[in-house]
Design a binder for this molecule. Sequence first.
Ligand SMILES: NC(=O)C1=CN([C@@H]2O[C@H](COP(=O)(O)OP(=O)(O)OC[C@H]3O[C@@H](n4cnc5c(N)ncnc54)[C@H](OP(=O)(O)O)[C@@H]3O)[C@@H](O)[C@H]2O)[C@@H](O)CC1
Ligand SMILES: Nc1ncnc2c1ncn2[C@@H]1O[C@H](COP(=O)(O)OP(=O)(O)O)[C@@H](O)[C@H]1O
Length: 287
Amino acid sequence: MGETGLTTLSYVNTVIRERPRQIHKGQCGRVLIVAGSVGMAGACVLSTGAALRSGAGLVKAAVPEEIFPILQIAVPQATCTNVSDREFLRSVSVHDAIGIGPGMGVSEKKYQLIEEILSIFDGPVVIDADGITNLCRFGKKTGILKKKDNIILTPHPGECDRLLDALDLEPVSVMGRVEAAEAVSDRTGAVVLLKGADTVVTSGSGSTYINTTGNPGMATGGSGDVLTGVITAFAASGTAPLDAARAGAFVHGMAGDLAAGIMGQWGMTATDIRDQLPATLRGIVGK
Ligand SMILES: NC(=O)C1=CN([C@@H]2O[C@H](COP(=O)(O)OP(=O)(O)OC[C@H]3O[C@@H](n4cnc5c(N)ncnc54)[C@H](OP(=O)(O)O)[C@@H]3O)[C@@H](O)[C@H]2O)[C@@H](O)CC1
Ligand SMILES: Nc1ncnc2c1ncn2[C@@H]1O[C@H](COP(=O)(O)OP(=O)(O)O)[C@@H](O)[C@H]1O
């Protein structure tokens, strides 16, 4: 029998804790972000920056070589690797968690890349945005996910409808948000985070939690790309997938609430959410 409940600060306090005094960057999580493309470099900048602002020790962005300069200037703390170079697949397994999808583009080739990464890497993988769309469009015949452990899917309702369609289920508007998220989780084995006001996080079978932070100012392009970075960083630090998704949604929403307090809901942007992550985490951990 599973549980249903809310994700609140008292729960998040049990997940995100003070760091041990002797810790070094290699123990704070090695994150790989596979995101961005020409015209959507910003998505990768946001995910990569959010992972760093969420405590990841080392962050690498796998992007097309054309956008290296954008990444290296916008996020100098991250390293870059050429996503089109097959050599990069050799280094995938050194990471502690991978975030795939924001702004990566949709094509058969991108789908093959995702499949290849999933076949090599057994650690936690957050799949968002175009990552989900690629799975739904090109993986439908073979089964979009082969009941792999350690996957966190983070669809918005439009992407969730694509997942439901690929699984021959009714859309979110018919099933309801909780039921839709649970159905995708039950059928794929993934933790599913369905975005929007009252974000739903579930590992299926009735283990479902509604997030209690966030506001309508977060309805702005790129805010989901920030969430990918937050959850990937938490997963890389050793937090279990369900906890990483729940804590990620809470922290992201709280950063959005701080951003709204400073900038207002109308004018805030995704970078404002990213930039409030440190203050959010300091508020939670006390340091
Ligand atoms: N700066 C950058 O680089 C940025 C890059 N980005 C990257 O762009 C890529 C495409 O992502 P995308 O979400 O913009 O488009 P897509 O996957 O076609 O989905 C939209 C469809 O879903 C539907 N829909 C229903 N409910 C919905 C909901 N609650 N929220 C949202 N949509 C909802 C919606 O319905 P409609 O709006 O028509 O009612 C429409 O039919 C992706 O990789 C992302 O990372 C962005 O992050 C922006 C900043
Ligand atoms: N009205 C709202 N209330 C609370 N959170 C919201 C609201 N609208 C959007 N969000 C949050 O903002 C993010 C939007 O993500 P997404 O739709 O993937 O945007 P993008 O693809 O532009 O990054 C999600 O985390 C979602 O929960």
